[in-house]
Structure formats: structure tokens, C-alpha cells
Design a protein around this ligand. Structure first.
Ligand code: SAM
Ligand code: SF4
Length: 351
């Protein structure tokens, strides 16, 4: 297949807009423009959050995981196909050996408007400044509790004070739009909804509440019992604050609100209870190099095979990425008659 096939639409506008407008576009068969890619750079993590991993996790053998060079080749190829927003995630992206060298290279790719990172914050105290210097534009930090014991119970290994120092380091080096990611589980941390919001308000950063998704079988709890819907989170917040909806959307499962007159924005990420699929603009690369076209489906293409059978060949990689767009399903199916549909873990997927 050549690059001029139907999946790659070229723009024909005037010269001064050419640099931006001539970028090719990845479009799926439902007409959705894909300009955002989330890359999982490792399945490993220094935490074992109860909703994300089982206590005894088996991680992938090294040779099954994409090398840093392979991840860079995929990132570069996507930007050449018009993707202007990349998110590095995992597992914990900052525990991958030499990850800073990858981030520096990706940070210098032309055509990239946003380089985002999702982290558990354990390494941020020392890495916030180098990440900013490498071109990371925004950071999300996961934080489910402000109580050291409860934080340790939710993460099984995490140290709250270290993470809080990391978040504060990110604020100090001047990252804008820092967002806390908070998963609320019934019976565990729902009483901290307001404390976490007020911590975010105090630092002038944002917070998003994420509904637990049925990814991977977890040993710790029955998800049908612990699910705490974002409608309920919103009710708790509304008892103390006025939330005003913000019009702009991220084309994803999040909806944002202003809180009274504070700088902090509150997001609700509700992939299970809200269907956001008609505006979906994103795909994900798993740590094994599987290009996942939808978080809530198994439709995918094995890019590791393409990379390893055709080393260094960007054109063949491009052709496969373009072809993969045909696999993007119209919508997700997380639950079928209350039964979870997926067996993938979030750390494999790139949350
Ligand atoms: N380790 C990093 C972190 O925790 O931020 C990045 C990877 S983690 C998989 C990305 C996000 O996914 C985190 O905010 C985490 O809370 C969320 N997450 C993990 N498992 C989840 C699940 N089953 N349902 C909803 N969110 C989940
Ligand atoms: Fe690790 Fe992030 Fe998963 Fe927690 S949510 S176990 S920090 S990958």
C-alpha cells in the first residue's frame, strides 16, 4: 500500500498554512481523525495499585518488550503521520532504565505540540526538572489518598511523602496544567474525595476522578462492589462547591468543570458509564508493540513484528499504521451483561 491511499488524507490549503496543514492525517473508517497516541514504555512498576495489578505480577521477558529505539521509531513515525500529541505511560514510565534518553529524543521531534507523561510520582522529586528540560509539556500524577497508611494500602508499596514531594517539585519547576489522577473505590477512599480536591486547590493544580475499569483480573476486590461512579463523586463535591462545566473537550472520556472561583479544574473520567467513542481521537501502543485501536476492545496490530522483520524501515511501518486504522471499532464494550470483557491489565495497555 502506498501512502496516498484513502487512509492518509492530504490537505490542499494556501502556502502560509502549509507547514501545519500539509501534514498527513490518520483517519479511521468511521471518519475519526487520530492525532493522539499513548505509548506504554514499560509494564514494570515500583507500585502494585490494587485496581491495576495483582499482588504477584509476572512481568514480560525483556525480549518481548520494545526497545527504546523501537519505541522512538514508532513515536517518530506517528508524528510523520500527523500525530501531534504523545503520552508516555506504563507501568511506571520513569522506572524504565535510560528512559530520559528516550524522552529527550521524543521531545525534539518536529510536529509534536504536546508531550505528556503519566506517572505515579515516585521519581518526580529528582526528575521533574530534567523532564521539563527534555520537552515534557504536561504531567499527570496518580494520587488516591492523602493518608500515608491508606496510600500504602492502595498502592501496596508506595510512600506517600515521596510522591507529595514529587508533585511539589513538578509545581516548583513550573509545569503548567499538572493533573492528579484519582481512582475512587467504594469502601476505601471515598471519604477523601474532598480532601484530595482541596489539596489540588491548595497547589493550584487540576484533579481528575477516574472510574475503575475492568482491566485485568485483580485479586484484591470484586470490582462490581467497589465501583464508585463519577456521578456519586460529583454529588459529594457539589455539597461543598459549585461546579461549572467547561465547554472545551479533550475528545476523550473526560469532562471538566471549574470549582467556584478557583484555578483548579475538576475532571471526571467515566469510560465505563459514559460513551465517548464518537469523538475518540486516540490509539495506544502496548509495551509489547501491539497497536491497540480501542482501550475497551482487543482490536490490534502487531507492530513489533513489523519493526523486527523490517528493521529501520519507516515506510513499511507507516503503511501498517495506516492499515491498522481500519481496525478501530466504533465503540468500546467494557461490560457485557455485567461481565467484564477484558483480561488485559492497565499496566500493559498504557493507561
Ligand atoms: N504508573 C503511572 C501512574 O500510575 O500514573 C502510569 C500508568 S497507570 C496504568 C495510568 C493511570 O491508570 C493511573 O492514573 C491509574 O490510576 C489508572 N488505572 C490503573 N488501573 C486502572 C483501572 N483498572 N481502572 C481505572 N484506572 C486505572
Ligand atoms: Fe503502577 Fe500506575 Fe499501575 Fe499503580 S496505576 S500499579 S503506579 S502502573
Amino acid at each position: 500500500m502506498s501512502l496516498s491511499t484513502s487512509k492518509l488524507k492530504m490537505s490542499h490549503l494556501e502556502p502560509q498554512e502549509e507547514a501545519q496543514q500539509q501534514a498527513p492525517k490518520l483517519v479511521d473508517k468511521h471518519g475519526r481523525h487520530i492525532d493522539y497516541v499513548r505509548l506504554s514504555v514499560t509494564d514494570r512498576c515500583d507500585f502494585r495499585c490494587v485496581y491495576c495489578m495483582s499482588e504477584e505480577m509476572t512481568f514480560l521477558p525483556r525480549k518481548q518488550v520494545l526497545s527504546l529505539e523501537e519505541i522512538y521509531q514508532v513515536a517518530k513515525t506517528f508524528t510523520e503521520l500527523g500525530v501531534n500529541k504523545l503520552r508516555l505511560t506504563g507501568g511506571e514510565p520513569l522506572v524504565r532504565k535510560n528512559v530520559m534518553s528516550l524522552i529527550e529524543k521524543i521531545g525534539s521531534l518536529p510536529g509534536l505540540n504536546e508531550l505528556l507523561l503519566t506517572t505515579n510520582g515516585s521519581q518526580l522529586e529528582k526528575l521533574a526538572a530534567p523532564l521539563k528540560a527534555a520537552g515534557v509539556t504536561r504531567i499527570n500524577v496518580s494520587l488516591d489518598s492523602l493518608d500515608a497508611e491508606s496510600f500504602h494500602r492502595m498502592t501496596r508499596t508506595g510512600k506517600l511523602d515521596k510522591v507529595l514531594r514529587g508533585i511539589e517539585a513538578a509545581v516548583d519547576v513550573g509545569f503548567e496544567g499538572i493533573r492528579l489522577n484519582t481512582v475512587i473505590l467504594r469502601g476505601r477512599n471515598e471519604h477523601e474525595i474532598l480532601d484530595l480536591l482541596e489539596y489540588a486547590i491548595g497547589l493550584g493544580i487540576n484533579i481528575a476522578y477516574i472510574e475503575e475499569m475492568p482491566l485485568g483480573e485483580v485479586s484484591d476486590h470484586d470490582r462490581l462492589e467497589t465501583t464508585f461512579s463519577n456521578d456519586d463523586v460529583r454529588n459529594v463535591i457539589s455539597e461543598r462547591y459549585t461546579l461549572s462545566a467547561i465547554e472545551e473537550t479533550t475528545a476523550g472520556p473526560s469532562r471538566y468543570y471549574e470549582v467556584d472561583s478557583h484555578q483548579t479544574r475538576v475532571g471526571f473520567i467515566s469510560p465505563v458509564s459514559h460513551n465517548f467513542c464518537d469523538t475518540c481521537n486516540r490509539v495506544r501502543l502496548t509495551v509489547e508493540g501491539r497497536l491497540l485501536l480501542c482501550l475497551g476492545n482487543e482490536h490490534s496490530m502487531d507492530l513489533r513484528k513489523v519493526l523486527r522483520e523490517n528493521p529501520g524501515n519507516d515506510d513499511i511501518l507507516k503503511e501498517h499504521i495506516i492499515k491498522a486504522m481500519d481496525l478501530k471499532p466504533l465503540r468500546h464494550y467494557f461490560y457485557d451483561k455485567d461481565e467484564p470483557q477484558l483480561v488485559r491489565f492497565m499496566n500493559m495497555t498504557g493507561g
